[in-house]
Design a binder for this molecule. Structure first.
Ligand code: JEK
Length: 464
């Protein structure tokens, strides 16, 4: 590959003579690199390259006539005698650094690394007369690119960055070809995990123990988790852009506490918050869409519809939300929309027993709250939302005081044959206490009763 750089500060590009790139640019290397002084194409004794901006304003603008002569010459220079064929013709690209360019990405760098000839036009002052980019973009492949959203004094630093990024991809430049291989097979779309070396102890900081154990699966999981954490904290845009197939099932447990759920479209922000009175309509529709799935199969559609019409109405939710002494409702949002909720029933007095006698028998601790509903829309099953809703509910319940006393226990009943639910509550630290029976649509149902203490948390208001 041949790279030509045009600048009024050719000395600024001296670093390119150093190290890997300089070696690659040596005789016989894969890179032919030449730096040119723009002033060589001036036609006045002062070697003037700039003029005042049309329309007024501060600073100076680089003249198109000088740039035109320089670029015509440099672009016409012969590129290395590569084997260009009819289907792989010789490819020349003009790259112009500018604060208003498209951000340079590895994707673009990889593409540019396949060109035969790269010409980089480094502006200074307020930049290059816009007709230069316009003219060349009509005749050849031209990219206007930026290094990032901050202002430099000229294009030279961007040229250095581009050359280094492109050159290390050329065969014969990187000393270790394995490192490129690993790069493209790394965790696509995520920031990198942190890396360590000896000494194992340094200024009170240790190399994480998991990395010293030699357990490859654990190390891979740990690195993946750190990459997910970093990306969530530093580049949420990258996380949001991940395709669903770039997220693995085991990632969900890591992402949920970081505030991300995984849907059919990929990761979306996940948030659990106290429900507000104006959430009643949406909570009612979430409940109505979810309830049928929580029913045992022998329950007929009519009985289900009857139950929904009687108990899952907007009016009923308005009542729940108006009575925060009795009910705790937490809304689970996915990508800003309520996709699930929990409804907990608080005791009115510290000694109040669960309303069902068979539950009161197996759940003896007081005060006792019932986690009555944990509903997640079917399209968000497996997203991590239910788990986060449950954890957050247990945390909020941990701050509840009944006549000054913290809750001793949270209990719930779940369909005794729903294996998924049983596993879910067991994994969340619930203990199976026994059974109870209850009525739905005039039929007797069998529930398993589960209980556990709430999570410890400071006393807090349950609604805001
Ligand atoms: C090429 C000249 C300097 C400085 C005026 C007003 C807001 C600035 C041009 N990531 C990058 N940042 N900066 C550059 C870059 C800067 C350049 C040139 C690249 C040629 N300058 C300059 C101020 C202004 N603007 C509105 C932005 C213009 C760059 C890259 N790549």
């Amino acid at each position: 590959m041949r790279i030509d750089i045009v600048s009024i500060f050719p000395e600024y590009l001296r670093p390119l003579e150093l190290s890997l790139i300089g070696r690659a640019a040596g005789s016989g290397g894969p890179l032919q690199l030449q730096v040119h002084d723009l002033r060589d194409w001036t036609d006045d004794p002062h070697r003037t390259v700039d003029d005042s901006p049309a329309g007024g304003g501060a600073g100076m603008v680089m003249r198109p006539d000088i740039w035109g002569r320089a670029l015509d010459d440099v672009l016409g220079a012969p590129a290395p005698p590569t084997d260009s064929t009819p289907d792989q013709p010789h490819r020349t690209v003009l790259a112009i650094p500018t604060p208003s360019g498209m951000p340079l990405t590895q994707r673009t760098v990889e593409d540019l690394a396949t060109a035969d000839h790269l010409v980089i036009a480094c502006g200074r002052y307020e930049g290059i007369d816009a007709r230069v980019a316009e003219h060349y973009s009509e005749r050849m492949e031209t990219i206007e690119f930026s290094l990032g959203d901050y202002v430099l004094n000229g294009g030279e630093v961007a040229a250095l960055a581009l050359v280094e990024a492109v050159a290390r991809l050329l065969p014969g430049v990187v000393g270790n070809p394995e490192s490129l291989e690993e790069e493209s097979h790394g965790a696509a779309g995520l920031l990198e995990y942190p890396v360590y070396t000896r000494p194992i102890q340094w200024r009170g900081h240790e190399v994480p123990e998991v990395l010293l154990g030699g357990h490859h699966a654990r190390i891979a999981r740990w690195r993946r988790d750190r990459a997910l954490e970093r990306t969530a904290a530093r580049r949420p845009d990258l996380l949001a852009a991940l395709a669903p197939e770039q997220v693995y099932p085991d990632d969900r447990g890591t992402l949920a506490p970081l505030g991300w759920g995984v849907t059919a479209t990929g990761p979306v922000p996940l948030r659990v918050r106290p429900a507000r009175p104006d959430d009643a309509a949406r909570l009612s529709s979430v409940a109505s869409a979810t309830f049928p799935l929580a029913c045992p199969p022998e329950l007929d559609a009519e009985a289900i519809a009857e139950f929904i019409a009687a108990h899952l109405t907007r009016e009923r939710f308005e009542e729940y939300l108006a009575d925060s002494e009795r009910y705790l409702v937490l809304a689970g949002e996915m990508g800003g929309e309520i996709a699930g909720y929990t409804l907990s029933v608080l005791p009115r007095s510290a000694g109040e027993a669960p309303y069902a006698a068979d539950v009161a028998e197996v759940v003896g601790e007081r005060p006792a709250a019932e986690l009555s509903k944990i509903y997640v829309l079917p399209e968000y099953h497996g997203s991590g939302l239910a788990r986060t809703l449950l954890t957050e509910t247990l945390r909020v319940l941990g701050g509840v005081r009944i006549e000054g006393e913290p809750l001793a226990v949270v209990w719930l009943g779940t369909n005794a044959r729903n294996r998924r639910a049983q596993k879910f509550y067991a994994a969340a630290g619930f203990e199976r206490r026994g059974r109870r029976t209850f009525q739905v649509g005039g039929r007797e149902m069998n529930d398993a009763v589960w209980a556990r203490p709430p999570l410890e948390s400071a006393p807090r208001a349950v609604a805001d």
